[in-house]
Design a protein around this ligand. Structure first.
Ligand code: FAD
Length: 474
């Protein structure tokens, strides 16, 4: 038998894009349903992405600090300081469980109907739900449908993921032992975050990156160099310009990796106990039966949409990782709100020029707006201003002085065009830069705003001042 139901809005996918869209739609008065096949809400981000990685990053950082810095910070610890992987993973799982469960409660509170199953198109107005518990299907009829099916790790041709010896980001969040040697293909944010975690816990980490710089698209070249420097100081090894040719498990349970050094043309070999393949993510739309209704996809398999998130059908929208733009949770959330607002009012707003990016290493690396390379290419005249955390009083008291704040501003008006930070809490501080850009602030506006003392934010203020004058404390 098949059940039927009618909804104003049906959202397919319960990640940061989909669950936010569903709650907002319900808040705006729509009879809303959200279909999620994972068995838990929150998508990649809460289950196998942002949240578990940050739990591991935070606690591995604490471990590292206690082990290597406690004494100089005035804390004597008797006996050896050891990682407890079981508890580290438990803490991660607790955070994930509480947060995914929290969304389920928010669905109840806001009256969103939650279908646990796979959603697929029957036709342009009907979506079939195959419940994960094997119970009877439902056919949902909807006025509006929002596709938010997200992304999955990109495979590396010829390398087979077994999630034990050769893992993707999901496996790297749940290793059962601390590998002695961890090799990582890909020096983007996910690779470097995971590399930081396992390096702090004791792994020898080698990052193989095809490009000449780490950090991936958008990272300012000066910041990328400085990031590689501080990560190297922490013990991560880098092979840039490394074109991986093959990776296979050998009979000793190790992974043999071959890569070509693109500079010398030589083939090099390394061995690792675990290999992490972190070469990016690709849009996910399998089992959606999108072919049935003839949705358009681009060459990279992203669902084609217009500026109002509409596919070729004006009542079917698409948001988040499965369509254009940076694959970031906060970008998906913004789009979820905007898409629903378009349905309700015909207006929505996401400022794609002002989407922050954060790498949660220690120190953190964060940026928003343009970098120097982009401005040069666009022929825009700019000035930069920098302030190092070594000259910031709070960073000094915290014994945490690595990094700097770098402003890039219009040469004539000093309007903020981009801010790039390496520093403790850079991911929090970048929100101030986002506000400045959103409101069209000049560097002087920021400098003339009183910042509390002693805070790291004073470095932000003084970097703004460095654009048009001299900072006081450096
Ligand atoms: P997803 O989160 O992928 O959610 C899509 C959901 O749809 C999934 O749960 C899937 O099961 C479900 N689904 C798919 N097809 C169907 C179907 N047919 N029927 C029913 N359900 C379906 N981003 C950040 O901004 N900050 C970070 O710190 C960060 N860290 C990350 C760390 C890692 C290790 C990884 C892998 C990613 C990280 N990201 C981070 C990226 C972030 O997770 C994604 O950008 C975000 O989850 C995208 O949200 P989404 O809603 O578009 O898709």
């Amino acid at each position: 038998a098949t059940k039927t139901a009618k909804h104003d809005v049906v959202v397919i996918g319960g990640g940061p894009g989909g669950y936010v869209a569903a709650i907002k739609a319900a808040q705006l008065g729509f009879n809303t349903a959200c279909i999620e096949k994972r068995g838990a809400l929150g998508g990649t981000c809460l289950n196998v992405g942002c949240i578990p990685s940050k739990a591991l990053l935070n606690n591995s950082h604490l471990f590292h600090q206690v082990k290597h810095e406690a004494s100089k910070r005035g804390i004597d610890i008797s006996g050896d300081v050891k990682p407890n992987l079981g508890n580290l993973m438990k803490a991660k799982e607790t955070a994930v469980k509480q947060l995914t469960g929290g969304i389920e409660m928010l669905f109840k509170k806001n009256g969103v109907t939650y279908y646990k199953g796979n959603g697929s198109f029957v036709d342009e107005h009907q979506v079939k739900v195959d419940p994960i518990d094997g119970s009877e299907d439902s056919i949902l009829t909807a006025n509006n449908i929002i596709i938010a099916t997200g992304s999955e790790p990109s495979p590396f041709p010829g390398i087979e993921i077994d999630q034990e010896k050769i893992v993707d980001s999901t496996g790297a969040l749940s290793l059962k032992e601390i590998p002695k040697r961890l090799a990582i293909i890909g020096g983007g944010i996910i690779g470097l975050e995971m590399g930081s975690v396992w390096s702090r816990l004791g792994s020898e980490v080698t990052v193989l990156e095809f490009q000449k710089a780490i950090g991936g698209a958008g990272m300012d070249a000066e910041v990328s160099k400085a990031t590689q420097k501080f990560l190297s100081k922490q013990g991560l090894k880098f092979q840039l310009g490394a074109k991986v040719v093959s990776a296979v498990k050998n009979s000793n349970g190790e992974v043999d990796i071959e890569f070509e050094d693109t500079k010398s043309g030589k083939i090099e070999k390394i061995q690792a106990d675990v290999l992490l393949v972190a070469v990016g993510r690709r849009p996910y739309s399998s089992n959606l039966n999108a072919e049935k209704i003839g949705l358009d996809f681009d060459k990279r398999n992203r669902v084609v949409i217009d500026s109002e998130y509409k596919t070729k059908f004006s009542h079917i929208q698409c948001i988040g990782d499965v369509t254009f733009g940076p694959m970031l949770a906060h970008k998906a959330e913004e789009e979820g709100i905007a898409a629903v607002e378009y349905i309700k009012t015909g207006h929505g707003h996401v400022n794609y020029a002002n989407i922050p990016a954060v790498m949660y290493s220690h120190p953190e690396v964060a940026w928003v707006g343009k970098n120097e390379e982009e401005l040069k290419e666009a022929g825009i005249k700019y000035k930069t201003g920098k302030f190092p955390f070594i000259a910031n009083s709070r960073a000094k008291t915290n014994m945490d002085t690595e990094g700097f704040v770098k402003f890039i501003a219009d040469a004539e008006t000093q309007r903020v065009l981009g801010v790039h930070i390496i520093g403790p809490n850079a991911g929090e501080m970048i929100a101030e830069a986002g506000l400045a850009i959103e409101y069209g602030a000049s560097c002087e506006d920021i400098y003339r705003t009183c910042h509390a003392h002693p805070t790291l934010s004073e470095a932000f203020k003084e970097a703004a001042m460095a654009v048009f004058d001299k900072p006081v404390n450096f």
